[in-house]
Design a binder for this molecule. Sequence first.
Ligand SMILES: [Zn+2]
Length: 312
Amino acid sequence: MVGCGALGTHAADALTRAGIGELWLVDRDVVEWSNLQRQVLFTEADAAAGTPKAVAAAARLQEVNREVRVSAFVDECSAAFLDRLPARPDLVLDGTDNFPTRYLLNDWCHRHSVPWIYAGAVGAEGAAMVVPPTGPCLRCLWPEPPDATSAGNCETVGILAPAIAAVSAYQVAEALKLLVGSPDVQRGVFTCDVWRGHYARMPLLSLASPECVVCAKGEYPALLAPAPLAATLCGRDAVQIDPGGHSALDLEALALRLGSAVQDLRRTPHLLRFAVEGTIFSVFPGGRALLFGVRDPLRARALYDRWVGRNA
Ligand SMILES: [Zn+2]
């Protein structure tokens, strides 16, 4: 499960209760108060502690069904991350909120012959699609990312929780069918609008596009694209800084160095958290950091360099 937000927590909950065997949760983010409206595995205690979403979700899921083997990966889902996975997954579920990561999943899954299920929701609307290794793939449908400004996105319109539930129901049903090898897996694009009461499946895609760079040309652009150093998180006053690689940033040494120069300095088992210059930092082992209270990637990089530093 890539992404433990609204979609990811709904689907992970249903799959764990179904007893799917083994589940790997990947998420780069920490729990915030505003998540509790729709991200069903988290509690007020998780938000107060700023627990990483993958860790909080895994803990909750183990309480639900301890026979399912649940692993939490607190990391950016990059091509390098996927290549470091301990084994090839049987199925990948999209719980992300952005198209760059979906294209990455699309390209990686096609290359490694892993089926995946796209899912997305915004406002009262949602969509989902099974992407078999033979295609058609996400790039067949959208060679370029859909224009976020025309349809609205989580920056501008938010998400209605029932839209998440509707899309998640479709995604989980198809996941269970794929995992048991059922011939009833549905092709095409499921769409819904829970406000207007529209539910449909467009059986448009029977064949991969002859123009598709992935299906037709065997190229994987997303696996070659460098991961951005700074990325704004959708719908939030937050920026992620990911210096890449796995430099051995020593959180204990950083905490000692920051000392009383910052406020609310707190070391948890998973991260170092502190506030300074109107920004709340969550710094993970390896140097990746989330900066809350800032939207401008350039300002976030300047703050990161000042308070964390690449060679700290
Ligand atoms: Zn394709």
